[in-house]
Every structure is written in structure tokens, then in C-alpha cells.
Design a protein around this ligand. Structure first.
Ligand code: NDP
Length: 329
């Protein structure tokens, strides 16, 4: 089977040679263990942070070991009474076609549910929960308020906007390119979407938010975040979820920081994996919405484990359109 390990730590932009594809013999399992064949591997922006050795909320990815990552797959051999061959499981088995697990961190998925397996890595998984947490626990918008979300067409942003619409808010997305913006408005039902690549972000966001902005879900940072700050209403709330425009090491400045004072704003950063107590509630709500067709999502799927590095590099450049996955044969 094949897997991808971290070969070296990136200096600036991630390069394909920061990774190494390895071919290994199929492992044997011991008592209590299972062998999993992964069907989908999740690629997520947080992986960029793990490639660094700088101080962060989690330990760095070790060199020469399987890249970290969420997976959905199937049990192909079991010496653990909790799992049978054929069971579908969600795990954190990393960038590998096959993995041994003791089962402790595997969650069995209901194969009879209308929720597709890949969705457990997106709208009904960590990214969906991230959206749900920031919106319901930090932004807490009321009906009629204006909510802005950046990276609006992505795995997290698409869920933020749809949930905020269901709460009765005016929802404005910010995304890169006319195609992503058209999708956000026409398919996801946002009230408006501003294309930050069109060259007049501040004016376009002002036009899309005639009553100002009451709550922001920030995924990008930099100029995109500054544009929202300039439109904030008094006592606005900001869920600081991500700053993807700086993940390759570019420093992120906040030019309109004065708005925190003049508009009496509150901003809170959060890491979704630190709020496990709320996952069952959030996942139940998201699962029901996806199963009943009330929460839409889109996926960018790379084929085969060898494509994972390029797909990940593309994700960090906005080349994905929806949740980035790798489908394994
Ligand atoms: P997405 O599916 O949104 O993909 C990333 C998107 O970021 C790209 O498609 C791109 O969309 C956008 N982007 C905007 N500016 C830039 C830039 N300068 N360089 C590269 N991309 C840019 O990813 P996710 O939904 O998985 O993640 C969205 C954000 O949420 C990230 O910041 C991530 O780190 C954060 N996150 C935080 C968590 C937490 O616990 N705090 C948990 C999970 C995610 P476009 O073309 O529109 O610019």
C-alpha cells in the first residue's frame, strides 16, 4: 500500500518535495486491532500549521511519519470485537491507503443513512462543526442582522452562510472569483457575495451591506478582514476561525483595528477540536440538515494518494471549489 510522509518542513510556500510517497507491505494486525482501507482522505488548511515547528495549539507533524488527517474508510480485517469487516469508519488515520488502528479513535458510521460517507469529512464533520460552533457560540446572530463570512464557498464558509440564512439573517459571502460567488448566491442561497479578486472589495462590500455588519465569521484575514471591520456596527461580534491568507508565513496586519474601539467589538478565536462536549449536538443538527437536503455542500475530489500533495498545495491557493478530498482507489 502507499502512504505520504512529511519529508521536510516548508520555507514559505509548500512544495511537492516537502512530501514523500512510500510503498509499504500490508501490515499484520494484533489482538484488539483492525485494518482499515481508507476511501476518502480530508485535506484541510490546519495541516499547513502542523508542518511548522513554531508554537501553536497543537504539536508539529513529525518528519518521516504519515501526514496527519481525517479519513473515512472500511474495516478490511478485525481482531477487535467492536468492529466487523465491512464496517465504515471515520478516523484520523492520515494520508495513507491502509492503516492499523486499535479502534479507540474510530467512529462507526451508519452505512444505511442517506448521508454520503465523504460528508463526514465536510458538512457533517470537523468543518461543519467549525461553522456551527463559531456561529451559534460566538456570533449568536439574531434574525434580521447582517452576517458576513469569508472563504464563503469553502467547506466551513458554505455551512456558516446556510445556517445563518436559516436563523433569518441577511448573509453576505466573500469569495474569490465570479464562479464561486455565483454558486454561493444561486445554489447556497446567500443574499449576496462579493468577489474580492474583482479589485474593489471595499466598495462592493459596502454596497452588499447597506445596514452595516453585525457579525463576521473570519476565515481569511488581511485585506478581506479589514474590509469587514470597516463596515461593523456597534457591538458587533467576530468569530476568528482562520487566517488562510497568512498560512505560508506572511505576517497578517489589521489596519482597521480602531474599529474595535469605536464600534465596541468583540472578537474571539477558537479551535473546534477543543469543544468536544458540543460535537454530538452540532453533528446531530448538521446530519439532520444534510440528510433532509436542507444543507448543501460541494466537493473538490483529487483521485489517488499520489495526488494529495498537489491537491493540498492547491487548497492553500484557493484552487479548490468546496471541500477538498482525495479519493483512494
Ligand atoms: P476552504 O474549503 O474554505 O478552502 C480554503 C479557501 O480559502 C480557498 O478555497 C480560498 O477560497 C480561500 N482563500 C481566501 N484567501 C486566500 C488566500 N490568500 N490564499 C489561499 N486561499 C484563500 O477551507 P476550509 O473550509 O477547510 O477552511 C476555511 C478556514 O477555516 C481556514 O482558514 C481554516 O484554517 C479555518 N478552520 C479553522 C478551524 C478552527 O477550529 N478554528 C477548523 C477548520 C477550519 P477563495 O477562492 O474564495 O479565496
Amino acid at each position: 500500500y502507499q502512504r505520504i510522509v512529511l519529508a521536510s518542513r516548508p520555507q514559505g510556500n509548500v512544495r511537492a518535495d516537502n512530501f514523500r510517497l512510500e510503498t509499504l507491505p500490508l501490515p499484520e494486525i494484533k489482538d484488539g486491532e483492525v485494518l482499515v482501507r481508507n476511501h476518502f482522505l480530508s485535506l484541510d488548511p490546519y495541516m499547513r500549521g502542523r508542518m511548522e515547528e513554531t508554537k501553536s495549539y497543537a504539536a508539529p507533524q513529525p518528519l518521516n511519519e504519515t501526514m496527519i488527517g481525517g479519513t473515512v474508510g472500511e474495516i478490511i480485517a478485525s481482531k477487535n470485537p467492536r468492529f466487523a469487516v465491512g464496517d465504515k469508519v471515520l478516523g484520523m488515520l492520515g494520508w495513507t491507503e491502509v492503516a492499523v488502528s486499535d479502534g479507540a479513535l474510530l467512529r462507526r458510521l451508519d452505512a444505511a443513512s442517506p448521508i454520503p460517507l465523504s460528508a463526514y469529512l465536510g458538512a457533517v464533520g470537523m468543518p461543519g462543526l467549525t461553522a456551527w460552533y463559531g456561529l451559534t457560540q460566538i456570533m449568536q446572530p439574531k434574525a434580521g442582522e447582517t452576517v458576513v463570512v469569508s472563504a464563503a464557498s469553502g467547506a466551513v464558509g458554505s455551512v456558516v452562510g446556510q445556517l445563518a440564512k436559516q436563523m433569518g439573517c441577511r448573509v453576505v459571502g466573500i469569495a474569490g472569483g465570479a464562479e464561486k460567488c455565483a454558486y454561493v448566491v444561486n445554489e447556497l442561497g446567500f443574499d449576496a457575495c462579493v468577489d474580492y479578486k474583482a479589485g474593489k472589495l471595499d466598495a462592493d462590500l459596502a454596497a452588499a451591506t447597506p445596514d452595516g455588519i453585525d457579525a463576521v465569521f473570519e476565515n481569511v484575514g488581511g485585506d478581506v478582514f479589514d474590509a469587514s471591520l470597516a463596515r461593523m456596527n456597534p457591538f458587533g461580534r467576530i468569530a476568528m476561525c482562520g487566517m488562510i491568507s497568512g498560512y505560508n508565513g506572511e505576517p497578517i496586519a489589521i489596519k482597521n483595528a480602531r474599529a474595535f474601539l469605536t464600534m465596541r467589538l468583540t472578537m474571539r478565536g477558537f479551535i473546534v477540536s477543543e469543544h468536544m462536549d458540543l460535537w454530538p449536538q452540532g453533528l446531530k443538527e448538521l446530519g439532520t440538515l444534510v440528510a433532509t437536503g436542507k444543507l448543501k455542500f460541494r466537493e473538490s475530489i483529487a483521485e489517488g494518494i499520489a495526488q494529495a500533495p498537489d491537491a493540498f498545495i492547491g487548497l492553500l491557493k484557493g484552487q479548490n471549489f468546496g471541500k477538498q478530498l482525495v479519493k483512494l482507489s
